[in-house]
Design a protein around this ligand. Sequence first.
Ligand SMILES: C[S@@+](CC[C@H](N)C(=O)[O-])C[C@H]1O[C@@H](n2cnc3c(N)ncnc32)[C@H](O)[C@@H]1O
Length: 422
Amino acid sequence: MIDEFCGQRGDRVLFVGEGNFSFSLALAKLALDKDRLNQWTSTCYESKPVSEKASENAAALKGLGVSVAFGVDATKIDGNYDRVVFMFPHVGGKMKIQKNRRLLRHFSASAATAIADSDGGRVVVTLCAGQGGTDRELAPRSSEADTWQIVKMMADSGLQLVDAKPLASTVAEMLPDYASFGYRSLDKGFHTENAVVHVFALNSFDGGLDFVQKRLKLLSRERRTCEVAVRLATLLGPDFEVDADHDEGHGAPDLKRYKGTTIPRVLLSFDFSLELGSNPVKVFVLTRKVLGSLKKACAEGDVTAYNATEHCFDSFDESWQEMWTELPSVSPASYSHDLSFWSREDLAIADLRKLVWLRCGDFVSSFEVIDDTFVGADSRRSYTVRIVYKTHAFALGPETAYDLHRKHLGAALVDKFGVELR
Ligand SMILES: C[S@@+](CC[C@H](N)C(=O)[O-])C[C@H]1O[C@@H](n2cnc3c(N)ncnc32)[C@H](O)[C@@H]1O
């Protein structure tokens, strides 16, 4: 857990909003490696030491080789780092939920720029119990609206939550000199029980919308799945293509020997002549990710463990998204948006659903038609669809979610079906 805060040897680490500097000093005393500590910078917001103890701590940090600076605004970070750490950010005062969210938002923009040149850069934010509002809280609040919504606040800067864990008592034991500072902006500690350490990495939406095409390219790069990709591309039609430089003979895995077990039953019953509605790509996601363990379990005569994965075949099921992603999001945020439009009389819901899946499979977790009526003297057809955006594949913030909804999906509907958005 200590590594979450200091990273690797040689990492440039910036501590912001340190208050009395006791946290970074406690860590530095543990690290005690000059080469490492020379790369650390510890800062506080206040223009001078907040207490005598803070002065002593700052001097001790300098003695260990850590750079110290006062009056540093975490929303305006200068320089490049591999790790930016903010312990218990707070604007001060009581009941400032909106201001604290804004602090996180502005901090995330500057921290994201600060780690942009780092390979494996991380932004680490620790919040008191319940504040963050993720599903990793040990003491969750009853409503998301009462939380600081840390995942959403950090996401529009491209910061994706990749880990979240309790600031366990073992950490407190390892850092006995850490004395939290700033209860109601005073030189007083606060409760840190059940606090959560949130770790973010940069992973923005790359602007590509063509989910299936991108996946086909990925599949076609692997020997084991390239033939599958070619077959799928053929099935999906002339709009899809794959890289053709693959070895013949290294195609789809032979699953016949697993006949009779749960997942293979689904795999073997998969009919390549079916329409896209059966989500063929999911089959291969599953094949790629679970085949190794499936073989092992079959060899050991235990196949029941795989029953649970059967639900991966439901439309827009996020569990398969998670399996597919290299750097999966922890507790991804979700956003529900409605889209209303006039359409042709014969536009089928199945076609709408297919387009949404094809273009937005990476970031849509549900699609529902909530209104389908004929309105007005000329009986024009009016649709309203409700789409829930949620993804394990990249940082999805409120602005990105809305852009995906209006500009990308809305535009795709206009383009493909000639609908008129309302
Ligand atoms: C609850 S205290 C926590 C202090 C210390 N990190 C700790 O763990 O004891 C919140 C701290 O956030 C700092 N802070 C508030 N806004 C800030 C900003 N824009 N930039 C840097 N620090 C800020 C305050 O100065 C204060 O020291």
